[in-house]
Design a protein around this ligand. Structure first.
Ligand code: F6R
Length: 641
């Protein structure tokens, strides 16, 4: 695991040793093993082990594994001294978003570390004492003998700790202002953007660089571009993680998705001999066409050579032949018949013609993902006579504002009063909710009543959308999966109940087509857990030899945040301008999600805008490649389970 700078690196584009794992669990397990052996080897020598620790979504899986090693394999942390990288400022230590609380909840409360060995910058210290506090923090690290192993995550802007772009390699522990992009990225933890602190105390880059060994972990596709820059780019203070290239014992531990932009994956033909599968040929040619800004059919032998693909020419013949092959592959992904075209024999069509009609289940993690991410396809499936069902996996209740829920309660009271219905109960609920919300702190969870009403609001919006598409009332199903019901951004992992509820629905419906939000590597997301639940349910149903399972195809759409890589798409469903408008209005039905949505994350566009930008972008890419130009396209990848 501990890669040193080797001959391999000299021959590659990578300037930092990386180890790439199938998923974040495997990556985290490997890092946990390294930490465990370090702790044990220090124990054997009667020495302390000094760890530098990070927070955020990235190290959660690592801490979970360390807790497991402690509980199940007796790993003791008695000789461990920790120094955390950073803390928001100002923040109370028990605030929901404080890193102090994070560390206790995720690690310290579950292991046998001596509390006096834990060090976290103090987010409550008076401003005039911060300088002294930071100097003391550095001294404490020195007194402990320096950091043996520093764990890092990486921000989308390349920050390490809260050393934002522009931080000097000589920087020490200090108070810093957070980049706007960092505040936006971390806003998912706070109810509103304005609540995200503007300041933080962070170890400096020089503090980090003094660690004897450094491991930076990164998971998920959102980190892929910055990982590529840090690993393959120049040393640049604008990408603070690239400064790690100057450390002599650093590794990046990645999963396959965060490594995806490295040249070895993105343009593997530039890094050595290739085994040219059709998928790789497609990827290489599509990439080249987009880079050269030429339609596929206009690429020449010279283009192939200029883009490092002469080896492909040698293996597959002339550019014209390869172009045609890839052009047809792309063409065959386009269909206006997502449920298959009835009575037609189309061997290269993405879906089967038979059976017709199909029973389709759209799994929608939140109550609006169906319409946002595949509204056009949803409508087509219904219009083309398929029996379309939607399974709303979670209640989505945390994403409704307090103002919105009060407005609806007020409506309920008014409604009852208008029709002479006894409104004393609803009045009581309204005044209790008002009183609670008035004094609600940012670390407080809504009452069960308020959460339930927020869920109801979203359920009504989802029902209205289904009716707008034309579905009957029997065709939507609210699963309210328990893993989601924590009342906070932090969700539980997939549980048995989640799987059983999903198996039951699938058994009842016995679909021939399933659509799921395929956010395979969304590190802190509800979508990923929702997907795991469907995978697990299908795995068990397959194992139980349910006969319908072998004829059920699963298609993955991407959630609101991204789109599939153009070279991966296996089904692209075009939309006319009218269909785009119809979808837009379907998204508008989700009024609670318009404008100021809590926990919206780093993209300030509204959901309908994201959906339209992304669907027209896909259509434009197809057009750029020389295929027909549509107004918009929704994209899917087939999952073989
Ligand atoms: C956290 C820290 C930050 C995070 C980085 C990535 O202690 O110092 O540098 O590691 O912002 O955050 P996540 O892991 O949430 O993507």
């Amino acid at each position: 695991m501990q890669l040193q700078k080797t001959q391999d690196m000299v021959d590659s584009f990578e300037k930092i040793p990386v180890s790439i794992h199938a998923g974040l669990k495997q990556g985290a397990a490997a890092v946990a093993q390294e930490i465990a052996s370090l702790i044990r080897s220090k124990q054997a020598k009667n020495e302390n082990c000094v760890l530098g620790l990070a927070t955020g979504s990235t190290p959660k899986s690592l801490y979970a594994e360390l807790v497991r090693l402690h509980k199940q394999e007796g790993l003791s942390f008695k000789n461990v001294i920790t120094f955390n990288l950073d803390e928001y400022y100002p923040i109370e230590p028990d605030a929901l978003q404080s890193y102090n609380r994070f560390m206790h909840v995720n690690l310290f409360d579950h292991i046998d570390i001596d509390p006096k060995n834990i060090h976290i910058p103090n987010g409550e210290i008076p401003k005039e004492k911060i300088k002294a506090h930071c100097i003391q923090y550095e001294e404490l690290i020195d007194q402990a003998g320096g950091i043996d192993l520093q764990i890092l995550g990486i921000g989308n802007n390349g920050h390490i700790g809260f050393n934002e772009p522009g931080s000097s390699i000589f920087s020490k522990t200090r108070l810093v202002t957070l980049d706007n992009s960092t505040r936006i990225a971390n806003s998912y933890e706070f109810a509103t953007f304005s609540q995200v602190p503007r300041l933080a105390i962070t170890m400096g880059i020089s503090t980090i660089m003094k660690a004897r060994r450094i491991i930076l972990m990164a998971w998920g596709p959102a980190k892929a571009p910055v990982v590529q820059k840090a690993v393959e780019g120049h040393v640049d203070e604008q990408i603070p993680a690239s400064l790690l290239q100057q450390h002599n014992d650093v590794s990046f531990v990645l999963d396959e998705t965060s490594a995806a932009e490295l040249t070895r994956y993105k343009y593997p033909w530039l890094t050595g001999e290739m085994d040219w599968t059709p998928a790789l040929v497609r990827k290489a040619v599509v990439n080249m066409a987009l880079k050269a800004n030429k339609p596929i059919l206009s690429l020449t032998n010279n283009d192939y050579r200029d883009h490092g693909l002469s080896e492909l020419l040698v293996e597959e013949g002339d550019a014209y032949e390869i172009n045609l092959k890839v052009y047809y592959m792309m063409r065959d992904t386009i269909t206006g018949w997502p449920g298959g075209k009835p009575n037609a024999n189309l061997p290269n069509h993405p879906e089967r013609s038979e059976p017709y009609p199909k029973r389709c289940v759209i799994f929608s993690p939140h109550p609006d993902d169906d319409i946002i991410s595949m509204g056009g396809t949803f409508q087509r499936l219904h219009d083309q006579g398929h029996d379309v069902h939607v399974a709303y996996q979670t209640s989505g209740n945390i994403a409704v504002t307090d103002e919105f829920v009060t407005r609806f309660m007020d409506f309920a009271v008014g409604f009852e009063e208008m029709f002479g219905i006894d409104s004393s109960k609803s009045n009581e609920i309204l005044s209790q909710a008002r009183a609670y919300l008035k004094n609600k702190k940012s670390n407080e969870i809504d009452t069960a009543d308020i959460r339930a009403i927020k869920g109801l609001i979203r359920r009504c919006e989802a029902k209205a959308t289904c009716r707008y598409v034309g579905l009957s009332d029997n065709n939507y199903h609210f699963q309210n999966l328990p893993f989601y019901e924590t009342g906070t951004i932090e969700k539980k992992p997939m549980g048995e109940e989640d799987v059983l509820v999903t198996m039951e629905l699938l058994r009842k419906l016995q679909p021939q087509q399933i659509y799921c939000a395929g956010d395979l590597a969304d590190p802190h997301g509800t979508h990923k857990v929702c997907l795991e639940i469907v995978f697990e349910a299908m795995r068990r149903l397959k194992e139980a030899n349910e006969p319908w399972v072998k004829d059920c195809w699963m298609w993955l759409y991407k959630g609101a945040w991204q789109e599939w890589d153009i070279a991966e798409i296996e089904m692209a469903v075009p939309m006319s301008p009218d269909q785009v408008m119809k979808k837009r209005h379907g998204i508008f039905i989700h009024q609670s999600q318009k404008d100021m949505v809590p926990f919206q994350g780093s993209d300030s566009r509204e959901f309908w805008q994201r959906a339209e930008d992304r669907n027209s972008n896909t259509a434009n890419l197809y057009a750029q490649l020389g295929l027909t130009k549509y107004a918009a396209m929704e994209a899917f990848v087939r999952w073989h389970y």
